[in-house]
Design a protein around this ligand. Structure first.
Ligand code: GLN
Length: 239
């Protein structure tokens, strides 16, 4: 079995250790003898480079970088939307899901258009404090821990949240929603990076990607995740 991971704009979108998500997925596949290839998707990539990926990963970014990214992403809206609608697996952290909603208003109130794949919108945090700190949320896949640092406030439309905030701010600091879950795509405000501290989420992504690709149910070989769970539990216990 083989998985191709597409990493959206690594030079522009990888804040607070988000590249750890790529390393984590790669290692967890290799430890199980699943072939894995990670591709950097950049403004120079062709659409073919996107469409043969089994998992799409996007990280966080500052407002300036998000402005550069959206100009390129809008050119790929058709391909990316079709893939995600079709059940392709995705994980989008902070700055990248902001661009997959209807729009993102930057901290200085500039409105960037989004791809509208997730029915949500992000309002400017102008004049308000940044939402920073450890984040703990309860999801249908188990508790997740992460670190958030954003000014944007995201409000969901007709899309379910990824989780409910137990500690931290999540989407907007008001309604206790954290991230969004659309088909096989997860959106979250959790950097950290997310996957090494939450191996259950990493394995959910790998399982879903293999099931989508090979059309049968997959049970992954168990790994020794005792260190990962200690790191996870430390955050839960000290919140
Ligand atoms: N620039 C965005 C914001 O401040 C996203 C930040 C991030 O990805 N950490 O809301």
């Amino acid at each position: 079995m083989k998985i191709i991971i597409g990493w959206l704009y690594p030079d522009l979108m990888s804040t607070y250790g988000d590249r750890g998500n790529i390393i984590c997925l790669t290692k967890r596949c290799q430890w199980r003898d699943i072939d894995v290839q990670a591709k950097n998707l950049t403004p120079e990539s062709s659409n073919k480079d996107f469409t043969d990926c089994d998992i799409i990963i996007g990280g966080g970014a500052q407002d300036r970088q998000q402005g550069i990214v959206i100009a390129d992403l809008l050119k790929r809206k058709k391909e990316l939307a079709a893939m995600l609608e079709d059940g392709k697996v995705g994980l989008f952290v902070c700055g990248s899901p902001q661009l997959l909603g209807h729009y993102y208003e930057t901290a200085d109130q500039k409105k960037l258009p989004g791809l509208g794949i997730f029915d949500m919108a992000t309002h400017s945090g102008f004049g308000k404090p940044r939402l920073i700190g450890n984040l703990v949320a309860k999801t249908d896949l188990g508790v997740i821990v992460g670190f958030e640092n954003h000014s944007g406030r995201t409000y969901l439309g007709n899309v379910k949240p990824f989780g409910k905030v137990l500690t931290g701010f999540g989407n907007n600091g008001q309604d206790k929603t954290e991230g969004a879950w659309y088909k096989n795509c997860l959106a979250t405000y959790s950097h950290g990076p997310l996957l090494p501290k939450n191996p259950h989420i990493a394995d959910w992504l790998i399982t879903k990607a293999l099931e989508q690709k090979y059309h049968h149910s997959i049970t992954l070989e168990k790994l020794d995740d005792s260190l990962e769970w200690q790191a996870h539990q430390f955050i839960v216990n000290n919140r």
